[in-house]
Design a protein around this ligand. Sequence first.
Ligand code: ARG
Length: 466
Amino acid sequence: MADGTDQKSSNQMWGGRFASGPSAIMEEINASIGFDKKLYAQDIRGSMAHAAMLASKGIISPEDKDKITDGLNTILSEIEAGSFEFSRKLEDIHMNIEARLATLIGSAAGRLHTARSRNDQVALDFRLWVKEELQKTEGMLTALIAAFLDRAEENADTVMPGFTHLQTAQPVTFGHHCMAYVEMFGRDRARVRHAIEHMDESPIGAAALAGTGYPIDRHMTAKALGFREPTRNSIDTVSDRDFALEFLSIASICATHLSRLAEEIVIWSTPQFGFIRLSDAFSTGSSIMPQKKNPDAAELVRAKTGRINGSLIALLTVMKGLPLAYSKDMQEDKEQVFDAAESLELAIAAMTGMIRDLEVRKDRMRAAAGSGYSTATDLADWLVREAGLPFRDAHHATGNAVALAEKKGCDLADLSLEDLQAIHPGITKGVFDVLSVEASVASRTSFGGTAPSEVKKQIAWWRGRN
Ligand code: ARG
């Protein structure tokens, strides 16, 4: 053929009714081996469990089962040694492995596909892969949370400005700010754990879509493969990619959290803020400006979020409107998940490294915490508590005090008692106790508040929860 295809020979796995093979373009659009070879270990594990079950139910002989198992072990070593030849003509990982098995053990190989289809086979392989990835993600999030808990502990008393609208709002502690991320990544980890529980059902044995007439034991394969139980509906089993969508949703939310942290790192490490210094290990220089230290890792973590979110949207769009049961569209699920998984792993690892290495510039944080009238709310609260004003009136009086301080070019704590009494006669010198950032922070003892005593309680709660 002009396009280089051998159209005379039809596919050896499904070509019985075909007089010729596919065109080169057909082969190219159809093949998934380029990416689904990543599933080789899961495919082999699934096939071994399936063969063992077929033999135990008397569907294949023990001799054939042994041959199949030995052959699959050989293939596993070949793939791991890099000597296995993947062929695009054989479409995907399932047929590449089965074809090699036939070369190695002869006709017994043909018995492995009894009572199964590539539809339940791919659902199994992919589910096993995603489950392992979720378990890995869980461990990585635990490491990130641990890094934050250490920083929070060291900085339970480190005062910094808290922001809303990125404008100085009220003083908080850096420990408290770190613990906000512990909450976020803790929720991500809980979502991961929940997803593992959700997807812990074995697809194998659903066959093409309708189940099978062979006396198979799906509970046996489920157990052998480490699943809690088999899936309950064979049509749903081969149609379902919720587990992949769930992984991508969780990855997107987690990446969104990572991107917010990345943005804060970028801002904090500017000379203007100067709240932190990144380690040399997690920053880069400029090829033209010798003074620069750039937060490239943080910026790339911020950017990976776009990629991960894109994968979620891509797979949602692939799955949208697909009729039950399997359609080849679903082959497009894997690259999205593989790419998102790789990006998420890198992003979490880079962030964990940055947080572990971070130099916290307490002096800079303290200085910034005191500027911008950050204790104005404390003054208003003092007027409510000590001078009996309704909060709205106290708010107004405090606004006058801020305006005066602004006019004088000083902080609230630098105004004289006379200045303050001119604003409200009920003010006494006791007010100066709440105008410092330390006093402000220490006073916020409500559950979950920024007071060091509260933050330490939250750290202890999380330490007991890893
Ligand atoms: N490579 C396919 C996929 O990833 C395997 C399943 C093929 N099933 C089929 N009926 N053609 O989805």
